[in-house]
Ligand binder design. Sequence first.
Ligand code: NAI
Length: 346
Amino acid sequence: MAKYKIAFYDAKDYDKNSFMKSNEEKAYEISYYDTRLTEDTCRLAEGCDAVCIFVNDDINRNVIDKLVSMNVKLIALRCAGYNNVDIEYAYGKIHVVRVPAYSPYAIAEHAIAMLLTSIRRIHKAFIRTRDFNFSLNGMTGFDLHGKTVGVVGTGKIGRIFIDICRGFGMNVIAYDKFPAVDSGIKYVSLEEIWEQSDIISFHCPLTDENRHMVNKDTIAKMKKGVTLINTSRGALIDAEALVEGIKDRKVGAACLDVYEEESNVFFHDYSNHIINDDTLARLISMPNVIVTSHQAFLTEEALTNIADTTLENIEEFFENEYSKNEVCYKCAMVGSCDQKHNKKCF
Ligand code: NAI
């Protein structure tokens, strides 16, 4: 009999491939479901020890209550961010683990890929040359060398992004709520990020405090023609304000791997449908906006690390007192969790 039973929600083919491979030895009983975890789909986890979820499963109070009533002990996030889980309500009821790092390179490199694509018009060139249109009109880009990039969030991903930018000869300035001492990073205020940056890239978590940190007022403070890159979480940017900023020619380009209303759209094929989200449709219609569908993490290396770490988290949680990748709302308040991961958080 399998040691642990896991209900795996929002499963895609690439998830199944990597988890099946990682699970060969452990042989846990994993049931893969296409559907997201919601109040209605909780019952699929009946008899399971854990649920495994991704970025757009909405783990609100009702879902937590249902999981607890079914004796599910663990929510295993197969991602780093946990803004989709009500961790304050979960505290004391059900444990939450995550994969804090699986390949920060994947995300930082994707941010750079989007930036280069945008400023050198590669997305346009790809379509033009396929049509044997070799005209260069409208394709003028700009050098990255010598430009100022403002990096918001200097954790694992932000720092790799900074290293790559330095390789291009860019002038890097950064803002972090908790600046890293002796890191050699030039920290400035958020105001200075808005005012001085030619390019701004977001690598911080989404919190109540920084929701819509890019809004009408902050866009007004930015340099004309600024390029915005968001591979973090969609709601850092007020998407309607961004549309207006682009229409006003204030924002020169936007590279978006995340979008605040992405949960209803991203990861699905709507190519034969009429999209209901007018803001997203407007953004996609703009020649200076590139949207990828929360794809920054999607490399072989990252998928393998995600699967390995998630299954290790589950094993560690059920077999040890210790659960190093646990999150609780006290952990989230930087270090205020008494257990500090030497033990389970409660
Ligand atoms: P990390 O925890 O290593 O670094 C986050 C940094 O943000 C820390 O230095 C922290 O002090 C700083 N920070 C916290 N609150 C802030 C605030 N209000 N303003 C400015 N800085 C703040 O996290 P990591 O691994 O670098 O990931 C960053 C974010 O990238 C994640 O929170 C997640 O939202 C996103 N992400 C996106 C993926 C994708 O596929 N698009 C995949 C993985 C992560």
